[in-house]
Ligand binder design. Sequence first.
Ligand SMILES: O=P(O)(O)OC[C@H]1O[C@H](O[C@H]2O[C@H](CO)[C@@H](O)[C@H](O)[C@H]2O)[C@H](O)[C@@H](O)[C@@H]1O
Ligand SMILES: O=c1ccn([C@@H]2O[C@H](COP(=O)(O)OP(=O)(O)O)[C@@H](O)[C@H]2O)c(=O)[nH]1
Ligand SMILES: [Mg+2]
Length: 724
Amino acid sequence: MGKTIIVSNRLPISLDYKDGKPDFKTSAGGLATGLGSIFKEANNIWIGWPGNYVEDPEVRAEIYLELHEHKMSPVFLTQADIEDFYEGFSNETLWPAFHYFTQHIIYEKRFWEAYVRVNVKFCEAILKKADPDDTIWVHDYQLLLLPQMLREKLPNATIAFFQHIPFPSYEIIRMLPWRKAILEGMCGADLIGFHTYDDMRHFLSSAGRILGLSNESGYMQADSRLINVDAFPMGIDYEKFESAANSTKTQNYVTKFKKLLGDQKLLLSIDRLDYSKGIPQRLRAFDELLKTYPHYHNKVSLIMIVVPSRDTVKKYKELKEEIDTLVGRINSAYSTLNWVPVHYFYRAFPFAELSAFYHMSDIALVTPLRDGMNLVCKEFVASKTDKMGVLILSEMAGASKELQDAVLVNPNDLDAVTTAIYEALNMDEEIQSARMTAMQETIKRYDIFQWVKVFMDRLKIVKEKQAEFQSKEMDEETIAEMESYFQKAKKPVLFLDYDGTLSEFKNKPEDAFPDEHLLTLLAGLAKKSRVVLISGRDRKTLEEWFEGVQVDIIAEHGVWVMEKSKGKNEWTAFTEVDNSWKEDIRQVMDYYVQRTPGAFIEEKHHSLVWHYRKVESGLGDLRMRELFSHVKYMARGHNLQVLEGNMVLEIKRPDINKGRAATSLMKGQKYDFILAIGDDWTDEDTFKAMPDNAYTIRVGYNYTKANYNIKSPKNVRLLLQKLI
Ligand SMILES: O=P(O)(O)OC[C@H]1O[C@H](O[C@H]2O[C@H](CO)[C@@H](O)[C@H](O)[C@H]2O)[C@H](O)[C@@H](O)[C@@H]1O
Ligand SMILES: O=c1ccn([C@@H]2O[C@H](COP(=O)(O)OP(=O)(O)O)[C@@H](O)[C@H]2O)c(=O)[nH]1
Ligand SMILES: [Mg+2]
């Protein structure tokens, strides 16, 4: 087992200078606490930027040594890196894009170049520390290219990625000129985690549309590597907030603060300075409350903590001014000598004071316009040890997916937020307690330690699944062994599927005709072995395509057979087929063709196939599902099978399949070498029908009954070439 390397843009520290000497404090932030259990163990390590520009090489060396003591390793950024990578591409391109502030996105080539450059810088720093079998866990949007950069250098490393901010809809991703490189960068990871199911499905849809990667329940196949994408909603150190709330230190602050504030209902607002947090909107709602319900004057105050953040970025500077103005306007309009409506702080608070604010506030107003998760709301709930209090939470925060017992609001609906505050101020104590209890149970169970554990466990499972596939890969050794058995064999037989096996999948089925090379290859094989093409295609096409080649053909999944090896050049049917069902089903399928541009029906002797490979991506899937549920019961009535294939829905008789056909061709024969190759679910029937000593190979890396996997039709041809 190798070590674990945690990587994030910012190290979990804050760097300061005391008498010109670097002085840093380790952060007690959520992520740092959760990962503390990992990065402080054994020879694990955390790599990242210390958060300041450090010019002097001597100071850099000092910082390096200091951090080393704490199992951290710095990546130093130049001024240009900070401006173009951190402030620029990270916070003026990706941040607004991923939070749906498209009007704020800056498209700047220089920023992108810096982003690539700094991701390389991180990669190099990691490579200095990493061994090939290490686990590297990369965090967040500043480092989206890093997983793939690492993968190229350390192909067998375990690489995981977690994104802390939202992943937006494909409609946003497609706006970015660098969308493809970004997605490819992320796909270097074995496991890609997001806070919510929505983030995850947005990512999968972008990966599907931009990279052409399809997925099954969050598993994607990129080249020969299996990647898992899933939702892991991040939690907090619940215990820490709960016990702090009851501590003497917090209680002393509570007493002190309450005395200063007098008998007030307290609303609490805590965020970093960020336009995604909806701070001005929140102030307007509070203003509205005071305007609409004057009886709350002197009785309700808002404690607003804004933690300085990214204030060198233009939009953040403007936001600060907007907040200053709004607070000034509200306070100047309503303040009395003994009451200030908004207590506004533009700074960070030490933990014990924060804990006191959480514990003593009646209402937390957490109304971001967009937020990946939002930990503040969870910390508030954990601190309410008396179970009194109300959480008003934006539907746009990742946390809202878990906290259904909060008062959920649309932060853009000013009246709704104002009403929510009014309701919260008047909420029955029993209801408060019931809702708070329910939320506490959830947050307590899925705390930060559980989050880390679940993520790491999943990473292990993904690696195990990958190993399963790898052990089935047709390697050089197996190919050589197979070749030697084939050469020695007196009576060999090969069952070869056509589409996706001998020929690449094409947009138009008719374009996948055999080229000269393939025809020569098959003719060569036929001289040494019985060769059976076993395909789902109609018999007419197959007959034309392979005219003159001495191969046997099974067509339409086993309805027809042409045994040229026995000198029979015409088709015989395996079974009598009753096709009276087709009319009913065709009518329904046709209805879905009318409604879906690009869809078409293929009629085979024993089946009807609805194709959607040319339909708008996404819509095809949707219609196929509709069609599926539409014909499900009809199919049962006719005793038919409905099968989902690659861009097709096929309805067929269940008693006809490739496996049965293959078995019947082998009947009474004593083959001493059997090879079956295929690429989809219809070929699984063939694999199942093969005797134990057969070589069975599935093209692509899907789950299979076959003994081996092989990458692509190209590799199949190379393999067959070796046999002759
Ligand atoms: O490093 P900064 O530019 O100073 O910004 C601070 C961090 O902000 C973001 O936090 C996010 O992560 C939280 C935990 O997962 C989540 O609750 C929140 O919704 C996010 O906004 C950012 O993701 C970090 O990378 C920054 O370091
Ligand atoms: O004075 C303060 C105010 C807030 N926080 C912390 O800042 C974090 C904010 O995280 P959140 O996920 O809510 O938003 P982000 O800033 O990551 O977007 C929370 O853990 C707070 O406890 C802090 O350390 N000091
Ligand atoms: Mg096929």
